[in-house]
Design a protein around this ligand. Structure first.
Ligand code: F6P
Length: 365
């Protein structure tokens, strides 16, 4: 009898999830003759025993599709499953034993969990409970500690760069300052890469506290130099000197409840008020998580999915696939827990950007 493996996509979606599912399913079938089932809506489907068989057909034609054919959830944690009672009050239950029984009753050899640090922490708990788990790192934020790159990041950088290019033209036409707020949580990778690629004049990262005076001086100086517009790319996690990040909302039933957002508007208002230059804000939001994965992401997804199934074949459980020095390696599921991969202040791209005139909002002059 052939072995059976499960796969799920957890946390926020990103481009390339389907490309990974495809690689997992095809490798499992072609190389090892495994059966594959997919749990729906991340860990929620595991808790509720909702799954479907993923045969070769199911994995065909999905390489280029955004989203995830399985659905995802960034709320369902089997160890602390939040629900609401009749009065709308929140309460949580431990569903982990139920999940273990579902795994055992299905006769699964292993479970592939595609997700971020939150998904890996839960995956580690399931591994310790007696399941065989393998992880694959996804997120547009590129902030998972222990991997040089996550899939989804490159596509998001392309999307943001395209937006910055378009905003450039309207900025020039109207001679305005344009602030573009991008995602990334506490990491500035998206802002840095897309800011440089899009030719931003100011790039504000969570890792470098900004000084609104320095920003306004730059905007003003540009106008004095005859540059009638300024492009500011700001990461949602950016914060002012000795100030706080702007929180958009707190999602009660999520393992990672803080949602950042709104700093772009604050900065745009301040620029307009202080410099007198007309300023507009564009928040790119979830647009950054959509669309067809870039060629680079498709390749990364294919390598990651294939590697995960190889790990199952080699009985290498309790680990996730990571990307180091241009090749797929493995790391313990606990490795990324409680750590974030932030932009180091001595990252070479920061210096390169400064050399071509980009400012990071903290410059004295
Ligand atoms: O982690 C991916 C991400 O898109 C972050 O960049 C952003 O802060 C967050 O998810 C948004 O989460 P939600 O989809 O729950 O609003």
């Amino acid at each position: 009898m052939s072995k059976k493996i499960g796969v799920l996509t957890g946390g926020g979606d990103c481009p390339g999830l389907n490309a990974v599912i495809r690689a997992v399913v095809k490798t499992a079938i072609i190389r090892f003759n495994y059966e594959v089932i997919g749990f729906e809506d991340g860990y929620l489907g595991l808790i509720e025993n909702r799954w479907r068989k993923l045969d070769y057909e199911a994995a065909s034609g999905i390489l280029t599709a955004g989203g995830t054919i399985l659905g995802t959830s960034n709320k369902a944690n089997p160890f602390q499953f939040w629900q609401r009672d009749d009065k709308g009050e929140y309460f949580s239950t431990d569903e982990s034993q139920k999940v273990l029984k579902i795994y055992q009753d299905l006769g699964l050899e292993a479970l592939v969990c595609i997700g971020g640090d939150g998904t890996f922490t839960i995956a580690d708990g399931l591994q310790k409970l007696g399941m065989n788990v393998v992880g694959i790192p996804k997120t547009i934020d590129n902030d998972i500690f222990g991997t040089d790159q996550t899939f989804g990041f490159d596509t998001a950088v392309n999307t943001i760069t395209d937006a910055v290019d378009k905003i450039h033209t309207t900025a020039m036409a109207h001679k305005r300052a344009m602030v573009i707020e991008v995602m990334g949580r506490n990491a500035g990778w998206l802002a840095l890469m897309a800011g440089v690629a899009g030719g931003a004049d100011l790039i504000l990262l969570p890792e470098i506290e900004y000084d609104i005076e320095a920003i306004c001086r730059r905007v003003h100086d540009r106008s004095q130099l005859g540059k009638k517009f300024t492009i500011v790319v700001v990461a949602e996690g950016a914060k002012p000197k000795a100030g706080e990040q702007v929180v958009d909302r707190v999602v009660k039933d999520s393992p990672d409840p803080i949602r950042l957002g709104g700093v772009g508007k604050v900065i745009a208002n301040q620029i307009e008020e202080i410099t007198g230059i007309e300023t507009r804000i564009t928040v790119l939001g979830h647009l950054q998580r959509g669309g067809s994965p870039s060629p680079l992401d498709r390749v990364l997804c294919t390598i990651f999915g294939e590697k995960a199934v190889q790990m199952i074949h080699n009985q290498e459980f309790g680990k996730w696939v990571c990307w180091r020095n241009g090749k797929a390696e493995t790391e313990d599921l606990t490795y990324a827990a409680g750590r974030q991969r932030l932009v180091p202040l001595d990252h070479p791209l920061i210096e390169v950007a400064r050399s071509v005139g980009v400012r990071f909002g903290n410059e004295i002059n």
